[in-house]
Structures are given as C-alpha cells and as structure tokens.
Design a protein around this ligand. Structure first.
Ligand code: SF4
Length: 874
C-alpha cells in the first residue's frame, strides 16, 4: 500500500493527513505525525475522511441545462458566453464566486483570469463570510494582512483568551493542543468570551458570557484599564506605533461599570479578566467567527490588536493576537487576491500595484478598482447587473445571508456556471452549466493554514468519471477566451512557481507576502512551510517592531463599541454556527454515518425559561421566523444558551431537511469596513410548530419525503435515519407508508398500535434483516435512535423487538453517539462510570476508547461523569 501525505480539507487548522488506499477500495486515514499543525492528531471530521470518498452524489460529467455534454462543448459555451457578455455589457457584468475549498493554484488562475484579463475586480469568495473582518483589521493595524504568530504560541502562552471561538468543535486539534498544554502546566489560564456556554468552556478558568457584540466594549475598556494600571510597553509604543492618543480618548470613556452594562457580564468577572490580562506577559488572544461575523467585526479585531500593541505582546513566543480561519484555504485565497478588494499577492488596487501586476502578467487590462463583495455581488445580480456568474466549490444559496434572495437572484441570472464535486446542491439546481470538479483525494496543490503554513494537498485517488481539477477547468476557459499565452500551465507546480514569483516581484521586503525562497522549490517534495520565506521560513512577525504601513509603525485604531443590541419585543437574538461533526453544507460530512450520529437533525438551542414561556417542550418542533424567512427545527432546551438568544447550526440544506436553511433568516447587514455579513446577529420569533404526529424511521433507502410537513434525514450504516412530523394523520397509514417507503403491495409489514397512547410502530423484515421501521407518536418519539439505526446492519432481527422500539437483553443500547471517532454512545459511557467505576475522562477512555482520539467529545464525557457524581451525592 502506498501512503500519501496530504492535508485535511476542512478547517483552518490544516492538519497533515496520511491517506492509504486499500485494495478493497476503502482508504485508511491517519494523522501525519510529522506535520507541525497536528503532530498526528485528527478530529472526528478528519478521522472520518475515508468514509466521505464514495462517488455517491458526485457530479461526474459536464452538463448543459441538465443534460450530459462533452467537455469541449461545455467549455466553449462558458468561454463564448462570458466573452459575449463582456463585449456587450462590459467586464463588470460578469463575476466569479470562489471558495476556501479551492486550492491556492485554482484560486490563483481564477483571480488572474478575472482581475488580470477580463479586467474586472468581480472575483469574491465565501471567505468573505468567514474572516474578511480579520483581513481588514490586520490591514488597518499592520498595513498588511498578517497573522503574526503560530500554533506553538498557544502552548507557550500563560493566558489564552478565546473570543467568539468555539475551538472545541470548530478547531478541535488546536483545542486539544491547548488542553494538553494546560494539563501539563496547570498555571496556564484560559478565558472564554462567548454568549454561549459552548463545550470550549470545559477548559476555561473564566467564561464571560457577553451579550452578542459585547466583546467590543470589553476590549475597548481593557485598553484603558491596561494604560491606567501601567501594563504598557512604553518603548515599543513610542518607537513602533502611532495613534494611541485617539484610541485612548474613546477607551477612557469605558470604565468597568459601563462595560458591565454593555456586556451583561458582572463587574467582578470583568475585573478578574482585566487583572489576568494586565499581569500576564505571555498572552495570546484567539478570535474567529464570533468576532468576524459581525456588523462591527473589523472594529472588534482592532480593539483586540490595540491591547496587544499597547503591551508590546506581539510576534514573540507565547503572545499575540491570533485570527483562526474557518476554511482549509481561506489564507491561500487571501494570498492570491481571492477577495474582491485585493488584487493579487497581498497587493491592493493602488496604481503602482496595478501597473506592477500588469507588467508581471503581461496584461494591459488589469482591473483598477475593487469588485463587488459577496453581498453586493448577489444584490447586483438580483438587479440584473450581473449577467454571467461562475460559482466554484461553494453553495451560496445556503450560506449567504438572505439566502432566499440569493436563490431568486441566481434563478434570474441569464448564465450561471458551477464547478463542483456534488451533483445536487441548492445552488447547482440553478446552473445552466455544471462542470465536474476534482475533490479531496483527487486534487493536487497547496493550502495555507491559520499560522501561514503552506502544505501540499496531494492526490491518492484517480479522477472519477470526467471530473477535472479546478485549475484545469479555469485555464481551459481562459484559453478559449483568447488568453492562452498567460494560462499555458502544464500543472499546478507551474502555477505555484508563478504565484511565488509574483509574490517576490519587486518586493524587496516591502510586502509581507513573499515566497521568494519557494520559486524554485521541488513542488512534489514541498514540506509544510511558513511564509514569508525570503531565504528561510518565518515563524513569527513583528517582534522587531517593523510593520508594513508607510511609516513602518503599527496603528492603534479608535474603536467606538456599538450600542447594545435590543431585539424588538417578542423577538430573540438569533446566532448561527457549526456543530462538531459537520462541515459547511454537509456535501462531504453528510455522507459519513458516524459524523451524522452526533447531531442527525437541525435544532435550535433555547434557554429553558424562554422555552417554558412559549410552551416549547423538549424535543418538540419549533418554527422560528422573521420577515426574511422561516425554519422548522428540533427544540434543544439548554441553559448553555443565554435567555433571549437562540442558536441554530448553519449546515442543513434542502437535501437534508424540509426547512432548515437558517441563513435565509439572517439579514444581509455587513460590517462597513470589511463587508463581512453579520451572520451571528439576526432577530427572529419562535413558536411551537403545530403537529399531530411525530415519527422516526430507519430505512435501507431514502424514502419519498416530498409533501411531509417536517422531515430531516441523515446517513446511517446500511441506510438512512430520519425524523418526520405531520400536521394531520393520513386517512390510511398503510397506504401512506407504501408510498413513502416505496413498498410493494405484497410487502408483509409487522405493525403494533397502542390505542391508549396513540403510538404505532411498523416494520418490514426480510430474512432476518430490517428493511425499514417507522415509529409514530403524538409526542416526540422516545425510541433510541442509534440502537434503531444499528438494526439496519444487524442479522436475525426480531419483529417484536423492533416494534417495541427498545433492544432486547441480548442487544445493549449504546445510546446517542458521543464519541464519533469510535462510535461510543452515552449509555456505554454511563455504564463505564456506574459499573466500572470510571471517575475521569481518561478512565472512561481506557474502558471504552471514547475521547481517546480527537478529544472533541471529552467535555461531553466529563458532563456525564459529573451528572453521576452529583446523583451519587444527592
Ligand atoms: Fe481537519 Fe479536524 Fe484538523 Fe480541522 S482540526 S484540519 S477538521 S482534522
């Protein structure tokens, strides 16, 4: 077996992966022990990569208007239509919308084609939704989009401040690195600043449960506190920064009492955080989407950076502001100019840069001004101003704010092209041309992670069907548009060499992004390496106090915290985000049964008091809505949510649920500097979803769910599992079931109907194997989901046991999955605690393996142990 060193395609941690294809067609996945991002660790998503490689649901051939077409025909149509549209309406009538899933080489040629040869700035990316505010904040403070530190700093720090970052679920390997460092050095402190008590709170010494957007006031006030208490690096500030007085003028208006009012955090907790920050030299402030996805995101980034500049804690081991990106190649996209407001190689749309890039590319038509940023791009499309768009490896009909309007805009756009792995996405439905792109395991190129480390993604699988790499598709279109000489690349290695050469071109240390040392690098053998790399890689920047502003000094930015957001009466603040085991719109993770086991259904987190006030019961269904749209979700009643707040995950699409595209409810309000949408701040009302019957099913194949009032479906080993709800009972259950589950008239169902409770169960068992089972109840169904799902792969299944909805004594019920890596359920963990006396996460791991791989489930294991400890004490 040949093992390939590659990089995980999910989050911005950028873990190294060893992939070994097996003779049976499966692929063994392991963490790369030599990769400096993860040293062999992987999270649940990374560990399950091998289970997401099937060709089910893949787009394998080019299509024009839904019909299979030859590559030549499709490429000619794309090139001709773009060329004609540009000739008739000008270059700004067309646009590309890319993705942090693209490799740097794909991104580079897409950006070069749009900005360099079509001559429009209209190349934006879904990274606009992820970290555009960090880019803007960095550029305002440093004069460049530079992340100063690296992951090692997280282990060297004595204080880690996590702001708007559920690291435990969203960047699990970094969370594990911190957790391990803290276990080894118990004096290390972690502060979590987040409106939700997420699982990341498990390692926090202090959790400041701020009001949404309250983090601005916290860091503005911290700046004043640091100055007033002598926690200043006077030499660094005077020699290497400017603008402190203006920033301080605002900050001094924010005493702790006012911050407490604005954030909802008690004064003593704020005081403790300030004291720790002031006294701890080695402090790293980690921030991600909770900071970025805000209408004041750029200001928040600068409020954080201000505190690090004042204390001189930047660029040295164990200290610095640290933006963690969401996507695997968000950083690579930034490097090539994938954002509409950046030209290329970290250069802006300033005349000398436009001229320089034009000379380098040999083009006299380089765009002179920024293009349309994501929200503006789709708004322009809705107005009919964008007449041809190419969407690459992303799903804006689900991920953009006001997503229903984006869908309408795409439906009205005269020419929509997608290049994607997936045949069925909510965006792809609107495409006139669909181009099959290579996926992870087939692609060849580089990605850059959150610590500026460039790693190779290497192929280990053949290209399936007629799928082609994105760089190839883009260069083929460019050649057909008449730009052949500039796009004559034989492979990604040549593209990377040109990308490195552009970063180096007339640079001489004036620009942060510099790959001079990689221009002649052996591409195949490229080891993970941190830029800038003039002669050697750079682990940290700015310790020398030299920044990329015109005067070489970092800039303090005055930040005025926004007024506290008060929702209208009867409305909640709606926050959106990720769950542990799914990625974006689930086109890949949705294929893995074990990744669907942790959360198999879209949900809304609501505080118990709010739920009680609205008569929303646990596990019932809730409709949330506002003037933009509505969604129906399972109630997850929990006090980890603040009162007056709701949280809904962003992953579910029309492929997986009847009505759960949550970004349809988020207004298209953007940060004024970065134009990043405020995806974590919507208003919505909530109410019980009226239903007369709830159902849960497992089946070997996907049933016909169209027309059912509520449904959600997920992969299970051997089939699918799903939830349904009906407003009215069908006149004839058996007839209804035959249609939904596509059963022949002759199918011999076993049924059970308890007239007293109104519960029914029905199943079809053939030769001891379960074909389907359906449980119906006037209340939320109480059947153990994982046990029922496991029946799909069991032999000798007994009808009475299936209908009873609980395991017989010979088949224990492991309970809902907690540990996705080893498929360990909560009942198994509870048994380890009660029967085997496990009193620590480590002991549970030794007994059951739960929590012993990626560690993302360790907080949940700890809460189970804790629940039994409390029971014992009662
Ligand atoms: Fe992939 Fe998980 Fe590593 Fe992120 S933390 S890169 S999702 S393995």
């Amino acid at each position: 077996m040949t093992t390939t060193r590659t990089t995980c395609p999910y989050c911005g941690v950028g873990c190294g992966v060893l992939a070994t294809p097996n003779p049976d067609g499966t692929t063994a996945i392991a963490g790369d022990p030599d990769h400096p991002a993860n040293f062999g660790r992987l999270c649940s998503k990374g560990s399950a990569l091998g289970e997401t490689l099937s060709l089910t649901g893949r787009l394998l051939h080019p299509e024009i208007n839904g019909k299979r077409a030859a590559w030549d025909e499709a490429l000619n149509l794309v090139a001709d239509t773009f060329s004609r549209t540009i000739a008739e309406h000008g270059p700004d009538s067309v646009a590309f919308y890319g993705s942090g899933q693209l490799l740097t080489e794909d991104y580079y040629v897409a950006n070069k084609l749009m900005k360099g040869f079509i001559g429009s700035g209209n190349m934006d990316t879904n990274s606009r939704l992820c970290m555009a505010s960090s880019v803007a904040g960095h550029k305002r403070a440093f004069g460049s989009d530079t992340v100063p530190g690296n992951y090692e700093d997280l282990e060297l720090a004595d204080l880690i401040v996590l702001v708007g970052s559920n690291l435990g679920w969203c960047h699990p390997v970094l969370y594990q690195r911190i957790a391990r460092a803290k276990a080894e050095r118990p004096g290390m402190r972690v502060v979590l600043i987040d409106p939700r008590r997420t699982t990341t709170a498990d390692i926090a010494d202090l959790h400041l449960q701020v009001q949404s957007d309250g983090d601005s006031a916290l860091f503005v006030g911290l700046l004043a506190h640091l100055a007033q208490n002598g926690a200043i690096a006077p030499q660094f500030v005077s020699d290497h920064t400017s603008g402190l007085d203006a920033a301080m003028l605002v900050a001094e208006d924010w005493p702790i009492a006012r911050i407490a009012e604005a954030t909802g955090v008690p004064e003593h907790a704020i005081g403790l955080f300030f004291e720790w920050f002031a006294k701890t030299e080695k402090t790293v402030t980690v921030f991600s989407q909770g900071v970025n996805q805000s209408a004041s995101g750029t200001d928040k980034v600068n409020a954080i950076i201000n505190c690090h500049l004042l204390t001189g804690r930047i660029g040295r081991p164990g200290m610095g502001p640290f933006s963690v990106t969401g996507q695997p190649n968000a950083m690579g996209g930034r490097e090539v100019g994938g954002l509409a407001n950046m030209l290329a190689a970290h250069m802006d749309f300033i005349p000398e840069a436009v001229e320089r890039v034009g000379r380098f590319w040999g083009s006299d038509r380089v765009a002179c001004a920024p293009g349309l940023k994501a929200v503006d791009l789709f708004a322009a499309m809705a107005r009919g101003e964008i007449k041809a768009v190419w969407i690459m490896a992303t799903n804006p009909v689900d991920s953009m704010p006001e997503a229903d309007l984006v869908r309408t805009a795409l439906a009205s756009c005269p020419f929509v092209v997608i290049s994607d792995m997936s045949a069925e996405t909510d965006t792809g439905i609107h495409a006139h041309v669909r181009l099959p792109a290579a996926g992870w395991g087939e692609k060849n190129g580089t990605v850059t992670n959150s610590e500026r480390r460039i790693s190779r993604q290497r192929p280990f699988l053949p290209l399936p069907g007629e799928a082609r790499p994105d760089w190839w598709i883009i260069t083929q279109v460019a050649k057909r548009m008449g730009f052949g000489a500039a796009f004559d690349f034989a492979g990604p290695d040549e593209i990377f060499a040109e990308h490195a050469a552009l970063s180096s071109f007339e640079n001489n240390g004036t620009r942060d992004f510099d790959l001079t040392g990689l221009i002649d690098a052996e591409y195949e053998a490229l080891h993970p390496v941190q830029w800038p790399i003039r002669t050697k890689p750079t682990a940290r920047l700015f310790a020398d106090g030299r920044f990329f502003t015109p005067d070489g000094k970092a800039r303090f930015i005055p930040v005025l915290p926004p007024p506290p957001f008060a929702p209208a009466p009867g409305q909640f603040i709606l926050n959106t985000g990720r769950v542990r085991d799914h990625w974006h719109t689930m086109t890949r993770t949705g294929k893995a049964a074990r990744l669907s086991a942790h959360y198999a259904e879209p949900f809304v987190e609501i505080h118990p008091a709010d739920a009680a006030a609205l008569n929303i019961r646990r596990a019932s269904l809730v409709r949330i809505g506002n003037r933009h749209g509505s969604a129906v979700l399972r109630a997850l009643v929990t006090d980890r949510q603040r009162r007056g707040h709701l949280f809904v995950p962003m992953h579910w699409t029309d492929q997986f649920a009847s009505n759960a595209r949550i970004d349809a409810l988020v207004p298209a309000k953007v940060d004024p500097v970065s134009h990043q949408p405020a995806l974590k701040m919507a208003q919505a009302h909530a109410e019980p979803f009226q239903t007369t019957i709830y159902g849960f099913f497992v089946a070997r194949s996907r049933p016909i769910l169209t027309g059912i009032d509520y449904w959600a479906i997920a992969e299970a080993a051997g089939g699918v599992r799903g939830e349904i709800a009906l407003a009215r009972e069908p006149a004839e259950w058996l007839a209804w079931i035959r249609v939904v589950f596509q059963l022949p008239e002759t199918a011999n169902l076993v049924t059970l109907h308890d007239r007293h409770s109104g519960r029914r169960s029905m199943a079809l068992i053939e030769d001891g194997r379960l074909i389907f089972a359906l449980y119906l109840s006037p209340d939320p169904v109480l059947v153990s989901r994982q046990w029922a799902a496991d029946l799909l792969s069991a032999e000798g299944v007994s009808g009475p046991v299936v209908l009873a909805g609980r395991p017989g004594t010979d088949m224990p019920d492991g309970g809902p999955i907690v540990c996705a890596c080893f498929s360990v359920g909560s009942n198994t963990i509870a048994a380890a605690v009660t029967d085997q006396g496990c009193t620590s996460v480590e002991a549970v791991g030794a007994c059951t393996k739960a929590g012993s791989n990626c560690g993302s489930c360790r907080p949940e294991i700890r809460s189970i142990i804790e629940a039994f400890r409390l029971q014992a004490a009662e």
